[in-house]
Design a protein around this ligand. Structure first.
Ligand code: LLP
Length: 418
């Protein structure tokens, strides 16, 4: 459910017409709906209301300061994976006591910053990382709150590039190693065991793998408790999928219902790390048609947004619906590829789609682009990154200005010998 809809044949975000945003801000531009973001956050947190749960928004999905601040104001914490995300989350007003820190390659400087900030928990992903964090915490005279990220070896049945909980993936410790290492952890002078964590993948459209992972982690928790290890927090990661095309993912309350009984029996404080499900369908990428082109075998709609703005179609073969900003009732659709100006055959936003017969100057929206859209964008082909706009009712604000040419070359210099 989202708040992008046609009013008198014109696509609006809440009450603001996308044409007006294009006129004032230019294109390409990411447009987010505050009503949708709020609704998604509330639906998710209310689904877990019966449990002692903390929703730590996975900020990697969309690191916009305004969006992080919105979720923080609704009681959310943050799941971070870098010092940059730590800095941004705190700057956006996220309570450090509600931040969990995952990731296989945390640096000593990043650990130090997170320790000084007083985060809730580090999710450790290797033995070496455990040893380094112990040293870093010791040097600061602090105790680091930690969990091991467990890799439960379940198949999330999603795209291979976004599966994280298989034995062959780089993430976490396998269950047996984790069992042994918790005993080691208990003896580390500067680490304090808080709980256990896992995250098995992204864009899951079935509750089954979540329930399987929970079962495996629960068995580990029970074994550890029997061995005298105290565990208070159960972090089940993120991963709940959304509808891009025809997928029918579980609603947050179905997801919560599938986990609740087992979590209650463990009597632990729950942490969840949703990203996509909160922001994915709350954003779109607004583009303008530069040219159309008919070859002997294909029709192309060349727009001003490209793979540097939204890499998901090129990288994961993802489907994003394309909506015209102006509806054209009664016109015959044509089959075309929507492509960007970048010099790569892989630069496309949609392939072989039935679309209205777009013409030069038309506006279109690439839907479901709120998650892993701007956050994964780049300057490839020396393209300044897009503007980001947040709509709230009948108002909108540019929450990130379009980059300029000066931004593109910031930090560059010629060596003195040239
Ligand atoms: N927690 C951890 C430790 C994660 O690694 C991730 C995502 C999440 C939470 C949030 O997962 P979500 O709820 O958003 O599924 N770029 C890819 C997705 C990569 C996800 C990486 N980790 C895409 O565009 O589909």
């Amino acid at each position: 459910m989202h708040h992008f809809a046609y009013i008198d044949g014109e696509l609006h975000a809440d009450e603001v017409s996308l044409r007006q945003i294009a006129r004032q801000v230019g294109t390409p531009a990411y447009v987010y709906s505050q009503a949708t973001l709020t609704r998604h956050f509330r639906a998710f947190s209310q689904a877990f209301a019966g449990l002692d749960a903390l929703v730590c928004y996975a900020v990697k999905a969309n690191t916009s300061r305004a969006i992080m601040a919105l979720f923080a104001s609704l009681g959310g914490g943050a799941d971070i994976v870098s010092g940059g995300e730590l800095w941004r989350a705190i700057a956006a007003g996220v309570d450090p006591g509600r931040i969990v820190y995952s990731g296989v390659g945390k640096t000593e400087a990043e650990m130090e910053a997170a320790l000084k900030a007083g985060i809730l928990m580090f999710n450790l992903e290797s033995i070496e990382e455990m040893q380094v964090l112990d040293q870093v915490a010791g040097n600061l005279g602090l105790k680091a709150p930690v969990s091991f990220r467990v890799n439960p070896d379940v198949d999330a049945q999603t795209h291979p590039k976004i599966t994280t909980g298989l034995a062959k993936n780089k993430f976490g410790l396998d269950v047996e190693l984790a069992f042994a290492q918790y005993q080691v952890l208990a003896g580390m002078p500067n680490l304090e065991i808080k709980g256990v964590s896992c995250h098995i993948g992204s864009q899951l459209t079935d509750v089954r793998p979540f329930a399987d992972a929970l079962e495996r982690v629960s068995v580990l928790v029970e074994r550890l408790r029997a061995a005298g290890i105290k565990l208070e927090i159960l972090d089940l990661g993120g991963g709940l999928g959304i509808t891009y095309a025809q997928e029918n993912p579980p609603a947050p309350d179905q997801y919560a219902a599938a986990l609740a009984e087992r979590v209650r029996r463990l009597d632990m404080r729950l942490v969840l790390e949703p990203g996509r499900v909160l922001v994915g369908n709350a954003g779109l990428l607004l583009c303008q048609v530069h040219y159309t082109k008919q070859t002997p075998v294909k029709r192309f709609v060349i727009v001003d947004g490209a793979m540097n703005d939204l890499i998901r179609p090129s990288f994961y073969d993802s489907y994003h619906a394309i909506w015209p900003v102006r509806q054209q009732p009664g016109v015959e659709p044509v089959v075309a590829d929507v492509v960007g100006p970048i010099c790569e055959t892989g630069d496309y936003l949609a392939r072989d789609r039935e679309l209205p017969p777009f013409r030069r100057g038309d506006l279109l929206a690439v839907m479901s682009a709120g998650a892993y859209g701007f956050a994964m964008s780049s300057n490839y082909n020396s393209r300044p990154r897009a503007a980001e706009v947040l709509v709230n009712g009948d108002r909108f604000c540019v929450i990130r200005a379009r980059e300029t040419i000066e931004d593109l070359v910031r930090g560059e210099r010629l060596p003195e010998w040239m």
